[in-house]
Design a protein around this ligand. Structure first.
Ligand code: SF4
Length: 261
């Protein structure tokens, strides 16, 4: 639908708002209003009484439509350019730096076999898929070459806990390197929790490693459970994971550490 098709033109000679009055915008009809948006993320709903003068550039300076357009950031003459540039620079900061997120597949081995797995998991015997300490260090070195002042190292698999020594080594090696690099360094572990131990959990909490997990529902609440995680983990292991999660929550709260919802 074209722009002018929204506007009653009978009896009017159409005169669009002058390009130098308005920030370039897009528009879309939404119910009885017209939504206008611009590249700075501003938006405004115009009713039909406002749309006509808007399109014709016939709104009074200082009038109500002018004030609404100005407050929403559609009038060039009243734009706070400095603020907009700062906002845009922050929003697009990833364009000015190298990669921030670095994912370490510490192994493809996993002790589960979830139907929805997209991780090309291998059996627990496939130790040849484990990342070596040497590759781990070279990967950390490479990540630190990024110009980003923020680095996030995320452990995935397979089940990364199946290759725990390498997870631990990467955390220590990265922290050691960061003593010099002084970047904002974060760690996250994506795990099914089943290989978690109290010692590992203590270590992860101590190093402020975020833990990301998912817990499948009970077999009775899922229609086909034969290969879903809950049925393989079993009741005993499932409740163990739940208790780890609860313990992690309370420990993170006790130490006032950030915990992802
Ligand atoms: S726990 Fe994760 S890696 Fe293992 S089979 Fe399930 S989805 Fe795949």
């Amino acid at each position: 639908m074209s722009f002018s098709s929204f506007v009653p033109t009978a009896g009017l000679s159409l005169r669009r708002a002058r390009p130098d009055d308005l920030v370039p915008f897009r528009l879309r009809r939404v119910d009885d209003s017209t939504l206008i948006t611009n590249d700075f993320g501003a938006h405004l709903f115009l009713d039909d009484d406002e749309l006509t003068p808007f399109v014709h550039g016939e709104f009074e300076s200082g009038g109500s439509l002018w004030a609404r357009l100005s407050a929403a950031g559609f009038l060039i003459e009243t734009l706070d350019r400095e603020a907009l540039v700062d906002e845009l620079r922050e929003k697009l900061r990833f364009l000015r730096y190298g990669p921030n997120l670095h994912i370490f597949i510490t192994t493809l081995r996993c002790n589960h076999s979830c139907r929805y797995c997209h991780a090309s998991r291998a059996s627990m015997a496939a130790v040849e898929t484990d990342m070596s300490l040497e590759v781990a260090e070279r990967s950390v070195d490479l990540a630190f070459q990024s110009t980003s002042p923020w680095l996030t190292f995320e452990f995935q698999g397979g089940e990364p806990l199946a290759n725990w020594p390498v997870v631990e080594h990467i955390v220590e090696y990265a922290r050691q390197k960061n003593a010099l690099a002084n970047k904002s360094l974060m760690f996250a572990l994506v795990t099914n929790l089943s290989l978690m131990t109290e010692e590992r959990l203590d270590y992860l909490i101590d190093r402020n490693v975020q833990i990301c997990t998912s817990l499948d529902g009970r077999a009775s609440t899922t229609p086909t459970t034969s290969s879903l995680r809950c049925s393989i983990a079993g009741r005993r292991r499932g409740s163990s994971a739940t208790s780890f999660r609860r313990a992690a929550r309370s420990e993170f709260a006790r130490r006032a550490l950030p915990l992802q919802p």
